[in-house]
Design a protein around this ligand. Structure first.
Ligand code: SAM
Length: 137
């Protein structure tokens, strides 16, 4: 009988794969983000999608490779915005999932990520921001 104790090959092979149909079926049962448990998260494809959709996720896996992979992916997805002003202490910087989390329970009429070179009153500037129109649900 085949025994699976090392999932590292599977995890490397599936990193970046689209979320599974079962996941979409489960997600469709909810009308707003909440807290999810991704049990046997593997490379974290569903975990990453949940985070991008404003969910909080407990990603669980017995494989060290899985935890390392999902942690790296979630951390890089949460890197601060690439806006020129992102390092300024008076500027609030949030990754997409955190911005979505701010509007949990609101109806998002418009949500768009904008990233472009432009200018500000101080000269050239790289803009990286989220445009949001939201109404209380
Ligand atoms: C077939 S993979 C599925 C991974 C991912 N959910 C996917 O759909 O791509 C199974 C995963 O479950 C994990 N796993 C297996 N037995 C486990 C256990 N007893 N507790 C936690 N994770 C386990 C493995 O390490 C592996 O990452």
């Amino acid at each position: 009988m085949t025994r699976f104790s090392d999932w590292s090959g599977y995890i490397a092979h599936t990193t970046g794969s689209p979320p599974k149909p079962l996941y979409h079926r489960a997600l469709a049962l909810f009308d707003r983000p909440g807290t999810a448990v991704d049990l046997g998260c593997g490379a974290g494809n569903e975990t990453l999608d949940l985070l991008h959709n404003g969910w909080s996720v407990h990603a669980v896996d017995s494989s060290e490779a899985a935890i390392r992979t999902v942690t790296e992916r979630a951390t890089s997805a949460a890197l601060p915005a690439r806006d020129t002003w992102a390092e300024l202490p008076e500027i609030s910087v949030h990754p997409e999932y955190a911005v979505r989390e701010l509007f949990r329970g609101w109806q998002l009429e418009h949500f768009d990520e904008v990233e472009e070179d432009g200018k500000s009153f101080g000269g050239p500037k790289h803009w990286h921001l989220y445009e949001v129109i939201a109404a209380r649900a």
